[in-house]
Design a protein around this ligand. Sequence first.
Ligand SMILES: [Fe+2]
Length: 248
Amino acid sequence: MLNIFSKKQFLIDLLKDFVDIHCHILPGIDDGAKTVDESISLIKKMSELGIKQFIATPHIMQDFYPNDELSIGNAFQSLIENLAKKKLNNTVINPSAEYMMDNHFENLVKQKDLFPLKENYVLIEMSYFQPPINLQEIIHDILMKEYKPVLAHPERYTYYHGKKEFYKTLKQLGCFFQLNLLSLSDHYGKSIQKTGSYLLDENLIDFVATDTHNSSHIEKLTNMVINKNKKTKLLSIIENTKNTFLVS
Ligand SMILES: [Fe+2]
């Protein structure tokens, strides 16, 4: 969507050959795509935006989405087979997960039994209502098992909006931060937008991703305009995401 007559910078123009490291495109196992057809439709739309590779990250959340190697493997297999039937097998998709930091997760860490995004990077999230009481201990345990924790959408944990210095503590502990691209719009609300912008300005963001659950997320991404003074920083984070996670 290049528009040479306007000064508007569309986000999607920055996403050529991007690798989306956080999206809910596996069918029927979490609150993302419900069917294989929906998965394929999301993948097609995102590919048209320039996204080249996907790391599918279904929730693993003991209370709501108790996914494991089997459920994720089956959903992935069924998606791959159906993409091949439709001759769409040039899309690179790898399965991984987005882990809620609950008791089940703590056990998986102890057993060193996590599905990384790539190499040792693991995508983690916490409740939107409160952080785990032993958050720092969990992060320490993850690091002790030689994983690299990537905290999904730190800007969405509103309990930190009033104590932003804690974000720096988390980074110092060894967390990588993944910003949701839609957080730079008002999609999740003004406070999240402001915090996303703060984290970007403070150079606390390592990676970006779409966290796509449905087609309305893609429509919003398609129409997103990026503030010119955010463009340079965002471009370098997009490059870092590609350099870290693209597979050849
Ligand atoms: Fe997610």
